[in-house]
Design a protein around this ligand. Sequence first.
Ligand code: ZN
Length: 412
Amino acid sequence: MRRVPVSLVVFLVVVLSGALMMAQRGRGGAGGEGTPTVNGQCPPGMTEFRPGRCRAPEFPPPSIVDYRPRSTLVTPENLRPRAKFPVVDIHNHTTITATNIDQMIRDMDELNLRVLVRLGGGGSSTGPAVQQAVDYLQSTPHKDRFRIFATVQWNGAGGPGWAEKAVADLEAAVKAGAIGLKIAKNLGLDSRRADGSRLKVDDPGLKPIWDTCARLNIPVIIHTAEPREFFSPLDFHNERWLELALFPSRRNDPTGKPPDGNYGPLPTFEDLMGERDRMYAANPKTRYIGAHFNWYGNDLARAARQLDATPNLVLEVGAVLYEFGRQPRAAREFLTKYQDRVLFGKDAYEKSEYPYFWRVFETNDEYFDYYRDYHAFWKLYGMGLPDEVLKKLYYKNALRVAPGLPQTGWPE
Ligand SMILES: [Zn+2]
């Protein structure tokens, strides 16, 4: 009898036990199992479990609203309820009143938030409104804890006498105590000129406003457009799908299709970026603060090119922490290189949310939650910024860009 080679025996045992295991598991085994991908994609409801092969979960999958797996990662937690250095929040919308001021001061002291800048919260901040707010603050012991930016009324822009009135209003607001000008996102998106056309960010008729800010030595904080994904198709590749599904007003038709036939096509994301950048370039003597990092937090190379090309610009980090926190090494490198060009701002006032910023900026913690999972379903990482960079980000740069801030009593 011929001897059976050992290698053949081993081969047969492996094949037979594999087949047995597959039979026991029913659905198991990768070989020819499952459904093949079509054009590299699995059919809806399936996921690629082996290269080119798709399988549906055995149980009904949770929706993205319900799927909240708890992390089993064990790693140091360095919560930062209080910022390491005093902070100027250059981008806030809270109106300070006799009803909330005491609680606000207690919160701000706990957070180490020394000055909060209000940007036309809840309505206009033209002369009389600023005067009223400043008069109130002067009557309290806390006048150095708050500052106010003015706003401009766009209605009728380009029409007769509009620019003269807008400039006079702005001068009155600054005389009353405003220390900067806030431009909200409606400029470029939905503000109209007197003739009904879209008021573009680089409309030459706005030049008297920018000139006035340069002459009065006040900065302009400008919010243009929205995150890029707010202009992208609302499909399951959109990383802001949940937010856009929750907030209809944040959707912009990616094709620029107008809501009615009257005003011509709506601007795309790149249209708005281009208009804003031409405005920066045409007004080199005006100091601009790009709110929300000009929506380049997810593209730091582009943010760097823009800062290099635009000496009259600084960037503010309001509401884009989720971008820095998902790329802590690149963000640390960026904030270190451009440490003179970045300001802290939060946007919505919510006491419990500030410590997430401190933790991302100050610690080296890893893989922790963001405060709004509809903004960012991913985790954040700390970037451990050096003290000198933190001081510039938290207050030093703001004191330079907005001279109307309280200038004394800060650490060296
Ligand atoms: Zn804002």
